[in-house]
Ligand binder design. Structure first.
Ligand code: MD3
Ligand code: FE
Length: 217
């Protein structure tokens, strides 16, 4: 039997693309894990529900957020930070499921980052029109550690900028199951997500979920 690399099934195979030094796009990498991820997510969100936080400047975020792992990310009038306790319910954040750790570790390895052991997983839920404006992720201690992001559900357009907010940004469409690993010289680049377009995803309905795995502490 011959291996036909250009068959109609090409779109179903995983791919490995270097976007910029340190930034690696692994299309469809999470697909074999979608059922496990969604099952684990359901129980995490039952004990730490998604909610719309407010920025230190007082703006309500259009993205609803939660976390799992020993550290969770919060924003309120005092600033942006990681906490061990969820301020919504005064409980520790739900544990990071073993399958999440394994997936994040495997994706980081596929992108060339060994020994990635995240202690925080941020869960972002986008409904139609939700967006994330250009920002840098700077609340983590060790910028030599990458961030692994997993996209699920409706597709979104990701904006990947430079080291300065005013630097031009490239637009990268991200779909269900796509993983991006952001490390090395890409770790502190500005990035954001354009307003989500309405639609229906067969598994997730009218939403996009993004998981970002970080070593925060
Ligand atoms: C590029 N989330 O939670 S993940 C965030 O799709 C966040 O919900 C977006 O940005 C989302 O902070 C994008 C992709 C991402 C995450 C961290 C990065 C891209 C990054 C850090 C440096 C450069
Ligand atoms: Fe970010």
């Amino acid at each position: 039997m011959t291996l036909d690399l250009f068959s109609a099934d090409e779109d179903a195979l995983p791919s490995h693309e270097v976007i910029c030094p340190g930034a690696v796009l692994l299309r469809r990498f999470a697909l074999p894990h979608e059922a496990n991820i969604l099952q684990a997510l359901h129980s995490i969100l039952a004990s730490a529900p998604l909610r719309h936080m407010h920025t230190p400047g007082g703006f309500r975020m259009s993205v609803a957020m939660s976390s799992c792992g020993t550290l969770g990310w919060v924003t309120d009038p005092h600033g942006y930070r990681y906490t061990r306790i969820n301020p919504e319910n005064n409980q520790p954040w739900p544990a990071m499921p073993a399958g999440f750790l394994q997936l994040a570790h495997a994706a980081a390895l596929a992108a060339g980052f060994t020994d990635f052991v995240p202690d925080a997983c941020l869960i972002n839920r986008y409904e139609p029109d939700a967006r994330m404006s250009l920002h840098q992720d700077k609340n983590e201690r060790d910028f030599s550690q990458p961030i692994v992001s997993v996209s699920l559900g409706l597709p979104a357009v990701f904006q990947f900028g430079g080291m300065q907010r005013s630097d031009a940004a490239v637009r990268i469409p991200l779909g269900h199951g796509d993983i991006v690993v952001w490390g090395g010289p890409s770790r502190l680049r500005f990035h954001g997500v354009l307003p989500l377009k309405a639609g229906q995803h067969p598994l997730l309905g009218a939403q996009r979920i993004n998981l970002t795995f970080r070593k925060a502490g």
